[in-house]
Design a binder for this molecule. Structure first.
Ligand SMILES: [Zn+2]
Length: 269
């Protein structure tokens, strides 16, 4: 039986049998793994408490016939500050679910691991409205699903006015091509600018900006629908994103603010 060590972050956990737990983790070097924590649900188990989302840990793994077994868990960061704040924890849940849905098992993705570490750090302090959206946007890019923004996903024409967003066509589409998708929704030029910013923003830039909720809402629904199409899934935990979906569509249809988002004005300084 082979042994190996991992550093990872707990994405989710569920019960297995009488006393064990199945734990899904994103490891730095081996990608997403689902492993068995033996006895983790016994009242005095120390293992159980150390494998709660979104704990970052180091552990020893033993290869099993079907599932590997985790032991000797050393907590690197329990994210206590996150867990004490329900709203921040809600955002963390969104981020963890996105990582879980986007990744296949056992495909190493160190850049995504780094992204998750950065997103959890951003959620601990400071403005956090953009963090789940930034994480979703960067995750789409890192998993090979960068949406077309500013140019039409179908014909490549630069979009000036009358642009729309189509999840199935690949992002922004121009007035001519939007007819190919009856579910395409209008998108304002500032929403396009905010999306473009998120797709390539570094963590420090996200920390500096705190746009109004309406601006965040405008793209939350668009990104969620796009991610669901790319990853062929329905997202559950984005209750935060889900709540924003209604206003998102309203604003996206052109009734939102006309000015460019402050996020972009601030970035230039
Ligand atoms: Zn086009």
């Amino acid at each position: 039986m082979g042994l190996y060590k991992i550093e990872g972050i707990v994405l989710r956990r569920r019960s297995l049998g009488e006393a064990d737990r199945l734990v899904t983790v994103l490891s730095r070097d081996r990608g997403k793994l689902t492993v068995v924590a033996k006895g983790a649900r016994k009242p005095r188990s120390r293992l159980g408490g150390r494998l709660e989302p979104p704990t970052r840990f180091r552990a020893l793994m033993a290869e099993g016939r079907t599932l590997d077994v985790i032991s000797q868990v050393e907590v690197l960061d329990a994210h206590a500050a996150l867990r004490d704040d329900l709203e921040r924890m809600g955002d963390a849940a969104v981020v963890l679910e996105l990582a879980d849905r986007a990744l296949a098992d056992r495909h190493p993705h160190p850049e995504v691991y780094r992204l998750l570490v950065d997103a959890l750090a951003l959620l601990r302090t400071g403005p956090r409205a953009l963090v789940p959206l930034w994480f979703a946007a960067r995750l789409l890019v890192l998993t090979g699903h960068r949406p077309a923004v500013g140019r039409c996903a179908v014909c490549g024409t630069r979009i000036r006015a009358g642009g729309a967003w189509s999840a199935v066509l690949g992002g922004c589409v121009d007035a001519t091509c939007r007819s190919r998708d009856p579910q395409a929704v209008g998108i304002s030029s500032w929403a396009i600018a905010l999306l473009a910013f998120l797709l390539d923003a570094r963590p420090a830039a996200i920390r500096r900006v705190d746009p109004p909720a309406s601006e965040v809402a405008a793209i939350a629904g668009l990104l969620q629908r796009y991610a669901e199409v790319c990853w062929e899934t329905r997202l559950r935990a984005p209750a935060v994103v889900g709540r924003l979906r209604e206003p998102a569509l309203r604003v996206a249809e052109g009734r939102g603010p006309a000015d460019p988002p402050p996020v972009l004005r601030q970035q230039r300084t």
